[in-house]
Design a protein around this ligand. Structure first.
Ligand code: UFG
Length: 334
């Protein structure tokens, strides 16, 4: 199939492009490099031996996206393009609503006009809000607590309305838990600019000697060691989940919200220890105050993905850390 991947040069997008190319699909990437680098395209080609078609465009640019559809016989789209930093979304809500919502709206509009009805949307466990019992199940009410999360909820609602309006649509709303790790080649991974917000990139920088220690945000949560517990999953497992969703959508119409997670929670200290094993050294940390907006513990109920898509995360926390460390070493010539 010819698959459009918006945000295909980003962290999850690039890993998904690799899996799509290796499965024999043709990949057309639309990315404006707002949070990614052009070298990623070379890495995708180096891993797969295949060159994706690339458009450096803003997906919210209607004319540019229309031209992309006219020049390529698109069968389906995976929509990753969007801003994703929770803290920044609180500072700049308009830019999050504008960018995230307008890209999704323009894409859906052009797809409808061009008669392409298969769409995978990159959503997030953040849509569950804070009052639901764990593990999170897809049927729970949504309700995000920051502008970033609210853009995901709004887009899910728009796409649900769209699917209800026309039976030809087949839409998967994939709710990711905490993707970490890197491609086992060491060529692709997560490399945020500046000081990372997320746990794994932060630990990797401590391990590489670029930051002095990890700040553990709170050790007084009601969890097994007092630190926050999340459902970390390997980015390659996550990428495979998108292919499984695409396969399912070949045979089914309508809209489905589906969790992609392992169903297992790990604490901050457990992740730190797993990374220490991967890099072979002790990593310094300090207990810091809780981060505003964080909750103690959540993880996925992963059953629906297995039932519908036949997909299950299979890579361990150890493997996630080992792959992430390999990528860090390569990036920093360690
Ligand atoms: N943490 C630290 N120190 C750090 C960074 C994080 O202790 O320097 C802790 C957090 O308090 C939390 C855990 O590590 O307990 C994970 O934090 P992340 O920032 O890595 O991830 P979050 O669970 O907060 O959020 C991530 C994405 C969101 C997404 C969510 C979905 O950033 O965009 O997963 O589960 F919505």
């Amino acid at each position: 199939m010819n698959i459009l991947v918006t945000g295909g040069a980003g962290y999850i997008g690039s890993h998904t492009c690799v899996e799509l190319l290796q499965a024999g699909h043709k990949v057309i990437i639309a990315d404006n490099f707002s949070n990614s680098k052009s070298q990623v395209l070379q890495a995708i080609e180096a891993i797969t031996g295949k060159k994706p078609v690339f458009y450096q465009i803003d997906v919210a640019d209607y004319k540019a996206l229309k031209q992309l559809f006219c020049e390529n016989d698109i069968d389906g789209a995976i929509h990753f393009a969007g801003y994703k930093a929770v803290g920044e979304s609180v500072q700049k809500p308009l830019s999050y609503y504008q960018n995230n919502f307008c890209t999704a709206l323009t894409l859906a509009q052009v797809m409808q006009e061009e008669g392409v009805f298969r769409l995978v949307f990159s959503s997030s466990a953040t849509v569950y809000g804070i009052d639901n019992p764990i593990p999170y199940k897809e049927e729970y009410p949504t309700g995000a607590v920051n502008p970033y999360g609210r853009t995901k909820v709004m887009i899910e609602q728009m796409l649900t309305d769209l699917a209800a309006s026309d039976r030809r649509w087949s839409i998967a709303l994939l709710r990711y838990f905490n993707p970490i790790g890197a491609h086992p080649s060491g060529l692709l991974g997560e490399d945020p600019n500046g000081i990372p917000n997320n746990l794994l990139p932060y630990i990797a920088k401590v391990a590489a000697g670029q930051l002095p220690h990890l700040n553990v945000f709170g050790d007084d949560y009601d969890t097994r060691d007092g630190t926050g517990v999340r459902d970390y999953l390997h980015v390659v497992d996550l990428a495979e989940g998108h292919l499984a969703a695409m396969d399912y959508m070949m045979e089914h119409n309508g809209v489905e919200a589906v969790n992609l997670g392992t169903g297992q929670g790990s604490s901050v200290i457990e992740v730190l220890h797993a990374f220490e094993q991967a890099c072979g050294k002790q990593l310094p940390y300090q207990i810091a105050p809780r981060r505003p907006g964080d909750i103690g513990e959540y993880y996925a109920h992963p059953g629906k993905a297995e039932r519908l898509f036949g997909w299950k995360a299979k890579r361990s926390l150890q493997q996630m850390c080992a792959d992430s460390w390999r990528y860090t070493c390569r990036q920093n010539n360690l």
